[in-house]
Design a protein. Structure first.
Length: 301
């Protein structure tokens, strides 16, 4: 006999999936893997713990984001889980706190160096959602969170944090650009942010192809994989940004933001390939199809 499913369990689960932007979770493990590759560290159980920490803190940020935006969403996006009443605001806030606690606990298990990075990462997530999101410092705070997430992987793997800084800067630049565009999701109307983000995409793509592959792997294979991943990153991010710049509107701006979020996966994979870890690059890239499929059911923005 099957286990009976309580009435309404499906809609409740869907509401939480929307609140936590579950498809966007596929963009998170690549931060840690790219950081470990850039730092020259060794992937292992501590790396997996860092991935778990990263996932928890990311989801904490999603819950806190909607809790902080509940009044605005009631006017502009009443279909969202909190204003529609499908998830209670208190439950979202409690989830944010519980996920943050779980993330920091996993970081502590990964070692003191990982916890040293996870604490400011968690603080940045809370500060962005509760204080900085609507200020000029908002995009920079979001960029800092993604950069710290990559450094979390470097710290947990035992590698050199300094070596991972350029990769963190590239990921942070992309995140800053996408976050700036997201401010027009409900209004649209200006091509400035999409054009600036498009320039960042081109700059990051150019930088990814400039640094030679590490000597420890075959040059031809590394360049081929890195080139393909860089092209995937540029194509995923640039096309919707160009559309949003040419025809500013909320729907096209939302597509540009969604494209920028999806583009993080090939960007992370390209960063790992540039650092000489083809295994991490291919593993990260393999998350893209699942991200696309799940995004058809639950929005990533």
């Amino acid at each position: 006999m099957g286990v009976p499913v309580p009435r309404g369990a499906g809609p409740r689960l869907l509401a939480w999936a929307e609140l936590l932007r579950l498809p966007a979770l596929f963009t998170v493990p690549g931060d840690v893997l790219a950081g470990a590759a850039a730092a020259g560290g060794r992937t292992g159980p501590r790396t997996l713990l860092a991935v778990g920490c990263s996932l928890c803190l990311y989801e904490a940020g999603m819950a806190l984001n909607d809790w902080a935006d509940r009044a605005e969403d009631a006017e502009e996006r009443p279909h969202r889980p909190l204003p529609s009443g499908r998830v209670r605001p208190t439950a979202a806030l409690v989830a944010g706190g519980a996920l943050t606690t779980a993330g920091l606990a996993l970081a502590a298990r990964a070692g003191r160096r990982a916890l040293t990075v996870a604490v400011p990462l968690a603080a940045t997530v809370w500060a962005y959602d509760l204080v900085l999101k609507r200020t000029p410092a908002g995009p920079a705070a979001m960029a800092a969170a993604r950069g710290l997430d990559l450094l979390l992987g470097a710290a947990a793997s035992g590698g050199r944090l300094r070596s991972a800084v350029p990769s963190a800067a590239a990921l942070g630049a992309h995140t800053l650009a996408v976050t700036a565009v997201s401010r027009g999701e409900t209004r649209g109307g200006s091509p400035v942010a999409p054009l600036a983000a498009l320039a960042v995409t081109c700059s990051v793509s150019w930088a990814l192809t400039r640094e030679p592959a590490p000597a420890r792997i075959p040059r031809g294979a590394a360049d081929a994989v890195r080139g393909a991943l860089t092209a995937a990153y540029a194509g995923t991010a640039a096309r919707p940004l160009l559309h949003a710049a040419l025809h500013p509107s909320p729907p096209l701006t939302q597509r540009a933001v969604a494209g920028g979020i999806r583009a993080m996966i090939p960007l992370q994979a390209a960063l790992a390939a540039r650092s000489g870890s083809l295994a991490a690059a291919l593993l990260t890239a393999a998350l893209a199809p699942a991200a696309r499929r799940s995004a058809k059911k639950v929005s990533v923005t």
